[in-house]
Design a protein around this ligand. Structure first.
Ligand SMILES: CSC[C@H]1O[C@@H](n2cnc3c(O)ncnc32)[C@H](O)[C@@H]1O
Ligand code: ZN
Length: 436
């Protein structure tokens, strides 16, 4: 018998491999954080000091939240029921000017990470100021992240101009180049906040340093109309002319797309991060996911920040993403449960260029996974596992979470974050922000 560091026995494993195999009564054999074998629970090839019995549970790849502003969790519920530009200009940007600093980002990111881990998210992509404090929180918590520090033309509490943002990003990329869970990317905020020269610089540097680019694009009709009035060009055409449409680009939102733009995305292998709940709440518009998938474009899912969602629940995002696609396309087969799970796992891994390591439970990949307790009324009866996960699972039914084979939540208790002490710190921020 061979020794394994960890064996997780299950009722079902949703592999999210290319066949979308769902294995009944199988176990994961994990060594040095990597899945070494997947065998029937009764296997006799491996033994371990740590055999975890999850035979009343579903195990699936950890969810990948491909767009977040983690620290904005401290602004959850700060301004609601407003359209994007009123929300940003009149509420969020003034509050950020007043409150955002290193401590705000560290605590806000910890809060976001705790919520995400509890809901089965094992990887997220972030875009926010004081990115070094986000990285510190990620490093300490054990979660995996792509950190895309923002680039904006205008001064803010973190950086004075676009070049300053770019230099800070490069220095973080250097600092974390050997980190096994942190990847740095460029995060130019949006076409309306970043001018051509910094975008050209980012494109060159992203090639030189092999860094992905994540950007809000065509989030609203107003953004597109405004650009047309000012320049006669839709922002996506401007980005295409600058050379930014390529497989390094993660385009967030894209609620306004014509047929030409969909075919450019397909041709240039641009990845789309769909944020259905944020788009609905800010009434930004709806991403034509069905048309994009039909055109062969990779679409994944993000929550956006908790200030515009107002949660970081990827189970809810899968469900909303599937339901919205059906409603918008008037086609009940649009975004099936299987496709929603793929969008929240392997498609996110592809967009973040992490699919060699994560996104599915397959031999040789990192053991990034979440475990769902199915012993409750809302899971009975269960005829179809994928459908149960998308249409009738709540985030709080995630019982255990592993990243790199390390247990970060065990039987609903976070192991790397002191939840009561975090709660205290968050409430002291709430007091400060309430007083104004
Ligand atoms: C670039 S750091 C984040 C910056 O973006 C603001 N923001 C948060 N959510 C959105 C969104 O949906 N669209 C555009 N900008 C957003 C955030 O408040 C920060 O200032
Ligand atoms: Zn965003």
């Amino acid at each position: 018998m061979k020794d394994a560091e960890l064996i997780i026995q299950t009722n079902y494993i949703v592999t999210v491999n290319s066949e979308f195999d769902i294995l009944k009564n199988h176990c994961l054999i994990i060594n040095q954080g990597i899945i070494e074998a997947i065998l029937p629970n009764e296997q006799t090839q491996y033994t371990s000091n740590t055999i975890v019995d999850k035979t009343k549970h579903i195990v699936m790849p950890g969810l990948i939240n491909a767009h977040n502003h983690a620290a904005m969790s401290l602004l959850r519920g700060y301004a609601d029921d407003l359209p994007l530009f009123t929300w940003l200009n009149e509420h969020i940007w003034p509050a950020e000017g007043k409150w955002v600093n290193d401590e705000f980002v560290y605590t806000g990111t910890q809060l976001a990470i705790a919520e995400m881990l509890k809901g089965g998210t094992t990887t997220f992509s972030d875009q926010y100021f004081f990115a070094e404090d986000c990285a510190k929180a990620v490093d300490q918590s054990g979660i995996r992240a792509q950190i895309a520090p923002p680039v904006i033309d205008f001064p803010n509490n973190w950086a004075k101009d676009a070049q300053d943002h770019i230099q800070k990003t490069l220095s973080l990329a250097d600092q974390y180049k050997s980190h096994d869970r942190i990847q740095i990317a460029f995060g130019p905020h949006a076409p309306y906040t970043v001018s051509d020269q910094p975008l050209t610089d980012i494109l060159e540097l992203s090639k030189q340093h092999n860094l992905p680019i994540q950007m809000h694009i065509h989030e609203t009709e107003f953004e597109v109309n405004d650009a047309m009035e000012k320049s006669g060009k839709r922002p996506i055409e401007r980005l295409k002319d600058l050379g930014l449409l390529n497989s390094n680009l993660q385009a967030v939102h894209v609620t306004q797309l014509n047929a030409q733009e969909i075919s450019w995305f397909a041709e240039h292998n641009v990845h789309i991060v769909h944020c259905p709940e944020s788009n609905l709440k800010l009434a930004s518009g709806m991403c034509p996911v069905f048309d994009l998938l039909e055109a062969g474009v990779n679409v994944c899912l993000g929550t956006d920040g908790a200030a515009s969602n107002n949660n970081l629940d990827m189970f809810s995002e899968m469900r909303t993403g599937a339901l919205l696609a059906k409603g918008v396309s008037k086609n009940a087969t649009a975004v099936s449960a299987r496709q929603a799970i793929e969008m929240a796992t392997i498609n996110g891994a592809k967009a973040l260029q992490m699919d060699a390591k994560i996104g599915s439970l397959e031999i040789g990949k990192q053991a990034d996974l979440c475990i769902i307790d199915t012993q409750s009324l809302n899971h009975a009866p269960m005829y179809n596992i994928a459908s149960a996960l998308v249409y009738n699972t709540s985030a709080h039914q995630v019982s255990d979470v592993y990243v790199n084979g390390v247990c970060l939540m065990q039987n609903n208790t976070l192991l790397s974050i002191d939840e009561p002490s975090l709660m205290q710190t968050v409430l002291s921020w709430q007091d400060k922000l309430s007083q104004q």
